[in-house]
Design a protein around this ligand. Structure first.
Ligand code: CA
Length: 242
């Protein structure tokens, strides 16, 4: 299963080998079970501006920066982008609504996976489209000594954001590795597209309401049905390609 996926990856990227030195982690839906709160707060914030938006759309658009999500909502109904004022209003509301939801917990087995990756001597970096600062503050308390937040890529660092490869290309740069020396762990289609476009081996994990097919169709090199399944297969996969 792994060998076929890697062979396919090498073919699509023209790389001659996969030699893992770093693992780039997405944050929402990979490290934290924060997507239910994000999706619900997007639905409520858009509704306040008469923009119909479903939780499923929240999951489908996951990984976009705030501005592109708001513009998605506006273009669908009004065929135009939001004004700066509209964007600021909706995004401030969305951020405030998100804070009302219970603090997101860790995705089960993400901590154990990150520990295992650290023990293997591999570097670990977070690449997120999020600008939700309350979550950044939770990284060290939930994942002590596992991630260096000073090297994190966030919505503040990027111009385009996912699904553009930019955030993952920036992640490679911050980790000082080439595309064939990294692996991405993602849970959302646009994040998968971004990682694939950056020519990085992309592992998708189903942690939310989107069907596994959606993750396959986005181009993931491997898809796992849960973080636990990835955790249990990680060593068998990674040790062949380190
Ligand atoms: Ca995500």
């Amino acid at each position: 299963m792994f060998q076929a996926a890697v062979t396919k990856y090498l073919k699509r990227t023209n790389h001659s080998n996969l030699a893992i030195k770093a693992v780039l982690f997405d944050m929402d839906g990979v490290l934290f079970d924060s997507m239910p709160g994000h999706a619900k707060s997007w639905v409520e914030a858009m509704a306040a501006y008469d923009l119909p938006f479903t939780e499923y759309e929240g999951y489908l658009n996951e990984g976009r920066t705030g501005i592109t999500t708001v513009n998605y909502g506006f273009n669908k109904i009004f065929q135009r982008n939001a004004t700066a004022e509209e964007f600021q209003g909706i995004y401030a509301l969305k951020t405030a609504l998100f804070e009302k939801y219970p603090k997101a917990k860790r995705i089960p087995f993400s901590f154990e996976l990150a520990e295992k990756i650290k023990a293997q001597g591999l570097d670990r970096l977070i690449v997120t489209g999020s600008g939700q600062k309350s979550l950044w503050g939770m990284i060290e308390s939930n994942y002590p000594n596992l991630f260096d937040t000073s090297r994190m890529v966030t919505s503040l660092d990027v111009t385009y954001g996912k699904p553009h490869p930019e955030p993952y290309l920036m992640g490679l740069e911050k980790a000082s590795v080439e595309a064939w020396e990294a692996v991405v762990i993602e849970n959302a289609p646009l994040g998968i597209e971004a990682a694939v476009a950056a020519n990085i081996f992309t592992i998708a994990v189903k942690t939310g309401i989107l069907e596994e097919k959606v993750l396959h169709d986005a181009g993931a090199d491997l898809v796992f049905s849960s973080m636990e399944e990835l955790y249990r297969n990680w060593v068998a996969f990674s040790e062949k390609y380190m």
